[in-house]
Design a binder for this molecule. Structure first.
Ligand code: BTN
Length: 323
């Protein structure tokens, strides 16, 4: 995106008064009043609603629903997460971009977001369908100091709780299916993929990828997936402003990561259990054989705890559960 456009958005969003005059914009951007006007019109074409009031100046009223870099930058209320924002129209996978950037030294909190992924990846090398402009597909680079590699998987659970909290605040009831799926009305809405680069006992960086199906209609989902996957639009009937949802989610994620770093996992564990899918219900666990077990919660490491038919508790770190 053009540098002047980025600075214009910054000025409009970080001004101490609601309106900023055309003259002030022109002075600060060091461009003519008519160039300011042209940039304003370009923003309007992107879907911004900008109010201009005589003798007062301009202010942004609403941002577009469609993902856009300018709208994502406007009024982002985080301290560190997403302040470095890499926005791409189309990528193979935001995970790949984030790994490349992290290797080149990108800072803690850098977020890569794309409108479309052509090779989105899920856990267990599964393909993650990421259609253009319909969902949120983003990866965060985290360099958590003091977190040992064995605790990195807890970050998946931390992120899941942050997402569930965000939706709960918006009266949308989400369940977390261990370890990384977010469910709504019994169907998958979102997934989390945590990948780590570590050396001996130190985490170099973690790439936390999140995919959320937002504004999909039925025909946007694979036919074979329609009975197990869904979108927020299909469940609520509403269309969502992707920029606003992502910015609000980043605020939740940042707060939850800070809580995890400052106070450890125990508070997150309690919150996680309040959202747990099928807590107290019987499921089938597939290890070398298949056996029935009751979901009991998670332990301090984030492993799933289940109880077998003989009341024995098992701590599962990577089992397949037939929910
Ligand atoms: C899963 O449920 O298996 C995890 C899905 C993770 C998808 C997200 S979308 C953003 C990031 N980029 C990817 O290629 N994958 C993750």
């Amino acid at each position: 995106m053009e540098e002047t456009r980025k600075r214009l958005i910054d000025l409009l969003s970080n001004h101490h008064q609601p309106y900023i005059s055309g003259q002030e914009l022109s002075d600060k951007l060091q461009i003519s009043r008519s160039a300011v006007w042209k940039h304003m019109n370009a923003l309007k074409k992107e879907g911004y609603q900008i109010e201009g009031v005589t003798n007062k100046g301009y202010r942004i009223v609403t941002t577009p629903h469609e993902l856009s870099e300018t709208a994502l930058r406007w009024d982002l209320k985080t301290d560190w997460l997403g302040q470095q924002l890499i926005y791409q129209e189309q990528v193979a996978s935001t995970q790949i971009v984030a790994h490349d950037l992290a290797r080149e030294g990108a800072s803690h909190g850098t977020v890569v977001v794309a409108r479309e992924q052509t090779k989105g990846r899920g856990r267990m090398r599964r393909y993650w369908e990421s259609k253009d402009g319909l969902g949120l597909w983003f990866s965060s680079i985290l360099r958590p100091s003091g977190v040992e590699p064995k605790r990195a998987s807890q970050l998946t659970l931390v992120a899941a709780v942050a997402i569930a909290d965000y939706f709960a605040k918006n009266n949308i009831d989400i369940k977390i299916k261990w370890p990384n799926d977010l469910f709504i009305n019994g169907k998958k809405l979102a997934g989390i993929l945590t990948e780590m680069q570590a050396e001996q006992d130190a985490v170099q960086y973690i790439i936390l990828g999140i995919g959320i199906n937002m504004n999909h209609q039925n025909q946007d989902l694979f036919e074979s997936d329609r009975n197990k996957s869904t979108s927020l639009h299909l469940e609520s009937g509403q269309m969502f402003n992707l920029n606003q949802v992502l910015k609000d989610l980043l605020v939740e994620l940042e707060a939850k990561f800070d809580l995890f770093i400052d106070e450890g996992f125990s508070k997150i564990k309690q919150q996680w259990e309040s959202y747990a899918y099928k807590l107290g219900e019987w499921v089938t666990v597939r290890t070398q054989e298949e056996w029935d077990a009751k979901v009991f919660g998670i332990d301090e490491d984030g492993a799933l705890m289940v109880m077998d038919e003989n009341d024995k508790i098992h701590h599962l770190y990577s089992a397949e559960i037939l929910w």
